[in-house]
Design a protein around this ligand. Structure first.
Ligand code: SAM
Ligand code: SF4
Length: 482
């Protein structure tokens, strides 16, 4: 029998990228092969995001474009997975009646069986987890299963980098956010499972692991009278041969302990890159968001972070135009960005989400144009800081892990041809992107680069080569065209 063909599109955060990797791995075991052509696919899956309305609109538009396609090919199975599936549930079938499958992020292990049932003529299927008020905490937790032991190196962005989930769900309940509803209660995975998975990844040739959790630094796992926290986990993972870099995202400001900062400082494989979203610079807004800290708390955390890990790169998320945000309150956010000098910030216009406290209690009353204007303004402030701070890299040598061809170069460009010179992208331990010219052989390697130019988001470098011939015994900067 010919292998069945799977087409999958993923939007959203790293968690979704990892979920898709797992779904693909489980479907390969059932004999599926990946295809990039809709026409060839037997199953078409969308792994979705519902954090902002825009992400949902994108998915519904993509589904809308398949309406006629499904009429022509009724045998092809169309599935909606992930956070939007959990949030909208039956609404997905109402808005796109030709969809066959709706599966929430806590039920992804069911995808292979459900696809088989649908192919056998069962009709549409839905598998979602319990809502946050639909059972006891244990029942709800059990209905949000982690789906992690399977790994499929071929589905990763690169074979030498991997995400590793250490925590699912979230209990912070920020008033604007759907994640506690779509991903369920916060649960830490057992440390032994995490370490075993990291070993498997290292055996597969993975050199960089990024630990994932919505509030990754709140990670805790209690068993047999012992509680394991993120700092302990990093210490165990640090010992695994083959792993050369460890990162973790996303941090919650209030859970940034001195123990964790000490681990970041003392464990050389741990990147000194910390993503710690502040969301706003106004105490009134932070309180309305129910973030559980004040701007003063955030400043105190930043002070400790800078003291423990001097030179750390810190990035943040901000929401502009949250319910009732005044100009003065927005200015406080701009002040915080100037003061903290983040490496970069992800800036979002507030998007009201059904089912959240903010949607229930607070009017979404900042006009779109004002949100847009604040977004542009904050981005300009951040970009100026990023560019200024990147200037400090001019003339310096940095070590990068080479990730692959640059976007400009195109994903597969030239990789087949050994010796071919192409534009590559590498990333420093502090998460700075460096563009340089190199060869396909260098992908996956750690390389020293001399930085000769910078922009707000990119450093431009040239490979430092070491010639062993006696007449060329010193480091030579090979300046390639970029
Ligand atoms: N758990 C992470 C944290 O607390 O920082 C972030 C998770 S969320 C998927 C990523 C970012 O999306 C948030 O930090 C926030 O800035 C943004 N976000 C979440 N809900 C939003 C909403 N309703 N409107 C606009 N941005 C939102
Ligand atoms: Fe959402 Fe807040 Fe949880 Fe982050 S910490 S996932 S923003 S509820």
């Amino acid at each position: 029998m010919n292998p069945r063909q799977l087409y999958i599109e993923t939007v959203g955060c790293q968690m979704n990228v990892l979920d898709s990797e797992m779904v693909v791995a489980s479907l390969r075991k059932r004999g599926y092969e990946l295809t990039h052509e809709l026409e060839q696919a037997d199953a078409i899956l969308f792994n979705t995001c519902s954090v902002r309305e825009q992400s949902e609109n994108k998915t519904y538009s993509a589904l809308g474009r398949l309406r006629q396609f499904k009429k022509r090919h009724p045998e092809k199975i169309i599935g909606v997975l992930g956070c939007m599936a959990q949030k909208d549930q039956k609404l997905v079938f109402d808005r796109a009646p030709f969809v066959d499958l709706v599966v929430g992020p806590g039920q992804l292990h069911q995808v292979p069986d459900l696809l088989d049932e649908i192919a056998a003529g069962s009709g549409p299927k839905m598998a979602v987890s319990l809502g946050r008020r639909d059972g006891t905490l244990d029942e709800i937790k059990r209905s949000h299963e982690t789906f992690d032991p399977l790994r499929d190196p071929t589905m990763r962005p690169t074979p030498f980098q991997a995400y590793l989930r250490i925590q699912i769900g979230c209990d912070k309940f920020c008033t604007y956010c759907v994640v506690p509803m779509t991903r369920g209660p916060e649960q830490g995975r057992p440390p032994e499972q995490i370490v075993a998975e990291a070993r498997t990844l290292a055996d597969q040739g993975c050199v960089e692991i990024t630990l994932l959790g919505q509030t990754v630094n709140s990670y805790r796992y209690a068993s047999g009278g012992k509680t394991t926290r993120l700092a302990d986990l990093l210490t165990s993972l640090h010992e695994i041969d083959g792993i050369r870099r460890l990162k973790f995202v996303t941090n919650f400001p209030k859970d940034m302990t001195n123990e964790l900062l000490t681990a970041v400082r003392d464990l050389p494989k741990v990147s000194s890159y910390l993503h710690v979203p502040a969301q706003s610079g106004s105490n009134r807004i932070l309180q309305l968001m129910k973030r559980g800290y004040t701007v003063e708390d955030y400043r105190e955390m930043m002070g400790r972070l800078r003291e423990f890990v001097p030179g750390a790169a810190v990035s943040s998320d901000f929401i502009v135009g949250f319910c009732g945000e005044t100009d003065d309150e927005y200015q406080l956010t701009a002040e915080l960005v100037k003061e903290c000098r983040f490496k970069n910030s992800f800036i979002f216009k507030y998007s009201e989400r059904g089912g959240t406290k903010a949607a229930e209690m607070l009017p979404d009353d900042v006009p779109f144009e004002v949100k847009q204007q604040r977004n542009n303004d904050l981005l300009a402030i951040q970009n100026a800081i990023s560019e200024e701070d990147n200037q400090a890299f001019l003339g310096r040598t940095v070590e990068v892990l080479v990730e692959g061809p640059s976007k400009q170069q195109g994903a597969d460009a030239g990789l087949a041809e050994e010796g071919h010179v192409l534009q590559l992208v590498g990333r420093t331990s502090c998460d700075r992107i460096v563009v340089f010219e190199g060869t396909p052989r260098q992908v996956g390697q750690f390389l020293p680069l001399a930085i000769y130019d910078v922009s707000p988001h990119t450093l431009f470098g040239a490979v430092l080569t070491h010639e062993h011939r006696p007449e060329l015994s010193e480091f030579a900067v090979v300046r390639l065209q970029v």
